[in-house]
Ligand binder design. Structure first.
Ligand SMILES: [Zn+2]
Length: 205
């Protein structure tokens, strides 16, 4: 306990985050907690590697969806039907155990005169994926970001994912998939549009 208090001073670094050294010290504490010896040769560089990996795995905290989606959109000559981007792979981490969530997102919207660059949708999925998450929150966040920025007639998001915290620990249910959906606008109010989204998803499989 003393070591933990010493390694985690009450006053964080100037930018509000711990320093690289503090992060590495924290990894050393966890290595000892797990029962290993951070001083053994194979683990010497591990704290630095873990800190670096965390920077990448949790880079979503440094990005806002609005920055990616931007304020300008492409005008489309009369296209007003569903745009569906399917099977966007993502990696996230559950906020309860900090263990991976591996899944795919399917994102659709009904344009109201404007469309997004298709790669931007995948980047939004990435931004929210690279944070500590629950699948429910992530699904809603993606839908809300697109809804707020683009203001389409509706947004539909489905995420299917496997939670490693379920596969690796506790109940150990491997291969089980969790499905979550969020609908806004006409996807919420008109069952026919929602059904069309589902049919399009199935149709491509
Ligand atoms: Zn978990």
């Amino acid at each position: 306990m003393d070591a933990i208090v010493k390694n985690f001073p009450a006053v964080p670094a100037a930018d509000g985050r711990p320093s690289q050294k503090e992060a590495e010290d924290a990894v050393r504490v966890l290595l000892r907690w797990a029962g290993d010896d951070p001083a053994r040769e194979g683990l010497l560089d591990t704290p630095a590697r873990v800190a670096k990996a965390y920077k990448e795995l949790f880079s979503g905290y440094d990005l806002a969806a609005e920055d990616v989606l931007g304020r300008t959109f492409e005008e489309v000559g009369g296209y007003d039907d569903i745009v569906l981007v399917k099977d966007i792979p993502f990696f996230s981490h559950c906020e309860h155990h900090m263990v991976p969530i591996i899944g795919k997102a399917h994102v659709a919207y009904l344009p109201a005169g404007k469309v997004l660059g298709l790669s931007k949708i995948a980047r939004v999925v990435d931004i929210f994926g690279r944070r500590l998450q629950t699948q429910e929150t992530m699904t809603a966040q993606i839908a809300k970001a697109i809804d707020d920025t683009l203001q389409p007639r509706g947004v539909a998001v489905m995420i299917e994912a496997e939670h490693m915290c379920m596969a690796m620990r506790g109940v150990q249910k491997q291969g089980s998939t969790t499905l979550t959906t969020t609908f806004t606008g006409v996807f919420k109010t008109e069952p026919a549009e929602q059904a069309r989204f589902m049919t399009m998803l199935r149709g491509f499989k």
